[in-house]
Ligand binder design. Structure first.
Ligand code: PMP
Ligand code: GLN
Length: 404
């Protein structure tokens, strides 16, 4: 949120500021608020997974893993992509293990984006993307999403076509989408695929919520569309699927020539990471639908619990088809500004949430939208909901001086 000049910081990083997740979680801690801001579960991962990590440590898997990741995890990632999505990757030359999806994104952008290149991002954009583009010396070009009459966030295909130009190197696609809870449907993916193919650009996908998809929504990796495998870099991680956001085991799947470039960058970032966790995740990725189907059902119930309560309170609640998150418009309740709302909510109500306008290049495009996380136990959600019910009406509606 802080966009002032930072001493010592390079010109290319000026204005990027502190990530909103750090700011809001610190505020939640200081104020004793229920943290429905940063997306992390307040419950334990599956016991078998935790046991597998402990076993890997006891079995002596404690030294550097090979740079691209341990072979069993690379094979498990490839097997998972085939079993769930019909995608085919060679574990030796097309799968690379990373320190979370975050490093996968950073290394991919370092590898593919030259100084002055442009990268198209759908906005609101997860804040890692513009930061990674800026660190590579590239330029982000935003394509805004906005909620339609049914509360589904959509983009204008013309705006996408306009955003792609001769300097465009890549389009970043995050589906299921953080913060919007949007799962891009096949028609939308076909538009993106057509634009990428016509312009001959790479699509970098962030699919960390691939198994958190609700109701009738279906997650379709864009790599599965005709002709797209060869130009798609597919990123995911274990954090969300297995409720282990602190483990930071991620991966990137891409055709061999793209993988070669990404590995060339990745080796200089972390070289390798988390050997025992890699062993544990390799095991878990083979669990299949018997694990992922109930996982999605349990998260759909959490989504319904929080979305229903927010609607009863009078927020305009957008549809969430996936992820950890639901977005609302706070303006129907008389609040003008999401940033101000989220700065005061922890202090005055005891709940933390994330302002969505900070994920836009032009914050005016997202003004009034707020993201709540529902990746929490029912008990914690209920405490948050009760606080909102008791205290929201008492919150001041007027903006502080200087914000209009
Ligand atoms: N992409 C998206 C869309 C996310 O929401 C997150 C945050 N959990 C990440 C990437 C980061 O993933 P990881 O923790 O595996 O680096
Ligand atoms: N992905 C998490 C979220 O959107 C946050 C991860 C982080 O703190 N960087 O809430």
């Amino acid at each position: 949120m802080d966009t002032g000049r930072t001493p010592h910081l390079t010109a290319r990083l000026q204005g990027i500021g502190t990530t909103i997740f750090t700011e809001v979680s610190a505020l939640a801690l200081r104020s004793g608020a229920v943290n429905l801001g940063q997306g992390f579960p307040d419950f334990d991962p599956p016991a078998d997974l935790a046991d597998a990590a402990r076993r890997a440590i006891a079995d002596g898997h404690n030294q550097y893993a090979p740079g691209p990741g341990i072979p069993t995890l690379r094979a498990a990632v490839a097997g998972h992509a085939t079993r769930h999505f019909g995608l085919s990757y060679d574990p030796d030359h097309e799968v690379t293990v990373t320190t979370g999806a975050t490093e996968a994104m950073f290394a991919t952008i370092q590898a593919l984006v030259d100084v002055g290149d442009e990268v198209v991002l759908f906005e609101p954009a997860y804040d890692v993307y513009p930061a990674a583009v800026a660190m590579a010396g590239g330029r982000a070009r935003g394509v805004p999403l906005g909620p339609d009459a049914d509360g589904v966030w959509r983009f204008d295909p013309e705006a996408l076509r306009r955003a792609v130009g001769p300097r465009t190197r890549a389009i970043v696609l995050n589906s299921p989408h953080n913060p919007c809870g949007k799962v891009y449907d096949r028609d939308e993916l076909e538009v993106i695929a057509d634009v990428a193919t016509a312009a001959d650009v790479v699509v970098i996908t962030d699919e960390v919520y691939e198994h958190l998809v609700y109701g009738d929504a279906v997650h379709v990796p864009i790599a599965s569309l005709p002709g797209m495998h060869q130009r798609t870099v597919r990123i995911s991680s274990a954090g969300k699927t297995f409720s282990v956001t602190g483990w930071k085991v991620g991966w990137v799947c891409a055709p061999a020539p793209l993988t070669q470039a990404i590995r060339a960058a990745k080796q200089w970032v972390t070289f390798t990471s988390g050997t025992p966790f890699q062993h544990a995740v390799a095991d878990a990725l083979t669990w299949g639908e018997t694990y992922t189907a109930p996982l999605a059902t349990s998260f759909a119930a959490r989504a319904a619990r929080l979305s229903g309560a927010l609607a009863d309170l009078g927020f305009a609640v957008h549809r969430t088809d996936g992820t950890y998150f639901v977005t609302v418009d706070v303006r129907p309740l008389g609040f003008a500004d999401d940033v101000d709302f989220c700065a005061r909510l922890p202090l005055e109500v005891g709940v933390a949430a994330i302002p969505v306008s900070v994920f836009f290049d032009d914050p005016a495009d997202g003004r009034g939208y707020v993201r709540f996380a529902f990746c929490k136990t029912d008990e914690l959600l209920d405490v948050g909901i009760a606080r909102l019910q008791d205290r929201l009406h008492g919150m001041s509606r007027s903006l502080p001086p200087g914000r209009t």
